[in-house]
Design a binder for this molecule. Sequence first.
Ligand SMILES: Cc1cc2nc3c(=O)[nH]c(=O)nc-3n(C[C@H](O)[C@H](O)[C@H](O)COP(=O)(O)OP(=O)(O)OC[C@H]3O[C@@H](n4cnc5c(N)ncnc54)[C@H](O)[C@@H]3O)c2cc1C
Length: 442
Amino acid sequence: MSDETFDVIVVGAGVLGVATAYYIQKNNPDKRILLIDRLSAPGQANTAMSAAAVRNMFASSTNQLLTDTSIKFFEHIQEEMGHELMFEKVGYLWLLGEEQFNHESVKLWMERMERSGVHFRVYNKEELKELIPGLNTDFSNDEEAELMNLREVAYGLFGADCGVLDPTRLVDFYYEEFKKISHVKPRFGVNVTRLLLEADPKLDLPGEPFVWQFKRVNGVVTDKGEVLRAETTVLATGAWANELLDPIGMNSLLKAKKRQLFVIHAQDKKDLLDLLYTKGFNELGCIPFVILPTAGAGGSVYFRPQLEEKGFWIGCGDKLGRAYDYVQTEDYANSEISYYELSLYPVLSKYFPAFADVKPVGGWGGGYSYSPDAIPTVYKENGVIVVNGASGSGIMKSDALARIADALYRGQPEAELYGGRKIPSDALSLKHRQVEPENVVI
Ligand SMILES: Cc1cc2nc3c(=O)[nH]c(=O)nc-3n(C[C@H](O)[C@H](O)[C@H](O)COP(=O)(O)OP(=O)(O)OC[C@H]3O[C@@H](n4cnc5c(N)ncnc54)[C@H](O)[C@@H]3O)c2cc1C
C-alpha cells in the first residue's frame, strides 16, 4: 500500500479535533488537512457523553479566559449565525456550607472572578429557601447527615452567564464549516495504531532512527496498514492520548478518569416537577445546574435540568477513591447503578427530598482527560500538536483551544480568541506553561 501525504493530519474527531481542523483550514486555505477517527462519525466519544454544560465560573483566570471567550462564540453562532446549539442560559448554582463559603479557596475564586469581570451573585440561606422551597437547609438533629459528613447549605454562588447546550450540534457546526472549505474527505472507522517517528533528516539506514539523530513525527500508521504522512500531526485523542504518545517517548502527563451520569424523569412526580420548574434564576423558569456542598473525601454531587426530557441528569466529581487510568477502557461506558444508589442518592435526597425513592431510568459513563493542574494542554513538539487535558470541561473551552492550536500551527506568538482577547500561544504548553492552577473542578 503506497503512502499518502497531507499537510496536516488531525487524529480525533471529538469537539477538540473538529474545531481545530476547522480553524487550521480556515486560516490556511491551501493546506490539505485530513481528519480521522476510529469511530463512525464525529463527536461520538466523550463529547457525546458529557453533561453538556458550559460555565465561565472558574478560579483560574486561564480557565476563565478559555471558557468566557468560547461561550461568547457559542452565543454568536446561535444568535448571529443562526446555527441552533440549544444553548440555554440556565445558570450554575453552587450550594456551599458556611465553612466552605468562608474558605480561602472560595474567597480567592470570587476575587478572581471579580477581577476578570465574570458575573456572579451570592444568595444567603433565606434567599435560597425562598427561591427553592424543596431545598433542605436544616440538618440539625440529623444523625445520618452527620455520619455522611454533609454540611448545611448556608450560601449559594450563582452565575447567570452559564448554561447547557447540545454538543452534537456544536460538533456539527465546526464539522460542516470545515467540510465546506477542506480539500480532503474526512475518514471514519480508521484506527491510528502508531505515530510515524522518523529520523530528521532521514539517512535511509536500516534501524533508523538512532539515538544520535534528530527525530520528528511525520504522520501516522493505521490499522489498515496505511502510512499517512504529514508535516504536522494534530493529536486530539482525548482520554486515549497516552496510547499514541507514550510509545514514542512523549509524556503527555495526562490521566483518564471515569465519570458517570444518571437520568431521572420528573413526569407525574409533583415535587420533582416543582423543583425542575423553579422560577427566579433564569428566563427559562427552571432550576439551574446545581452543585451540592462537598461531602467527605471531596466529591461534589451535582444535577442539571434536562427540559426536553422533563427531568434531570445527576453526576458526581468524585476524587479520592476513583481510579486514574492510563487510558479510558471499555468499562467507562457502563454506569454503575450501585454507585448511584449508595454514593449519590443518599446525598442528593438529603438536600433535595423530592428525589427520594425515585430511580434512574438510565445512565452512561465516559472519561475525563486530566492534566496535573486541571488546565488544558496545547503544545507543539516534534511535529505533533497536542490539544488535550481539558479535565472535564473541553466542550466549554473548545473554541479557545482550537484557536490556540491553529496559532501554534501558524507559528504565531499569540492566539487571538473570540472577541479579540489574546493569550500567548505557548501558555498551555508543558515546557513554557503560564497558567493559574484550577481548583473548581467538578
Ligand atoms: C460524564 C461526563 C460529563 C462531562 N461534562 C462536561 C460538561 O458539562 N461540560 C464540558 O465542557 N465538558 C464535559 N465533559 C468533558 C468533555 O466531554 C470533554 O472534555 C470533551 O469531550 C473533550 O473533547 P475531545 O475532542 O478531546 O474528546 P473526545 O470527544 O473523546 O474525542 C476524542 C476522539 O479521538 C478518537 N481517537 C482516540 N484515539 C484514536 C486513535 N488512536 N485513532 C483514531 N481515533 C482516535 C476517539 O474515537 C474520539 O472520537 C464531560 C465528560 C464526561 C465523561
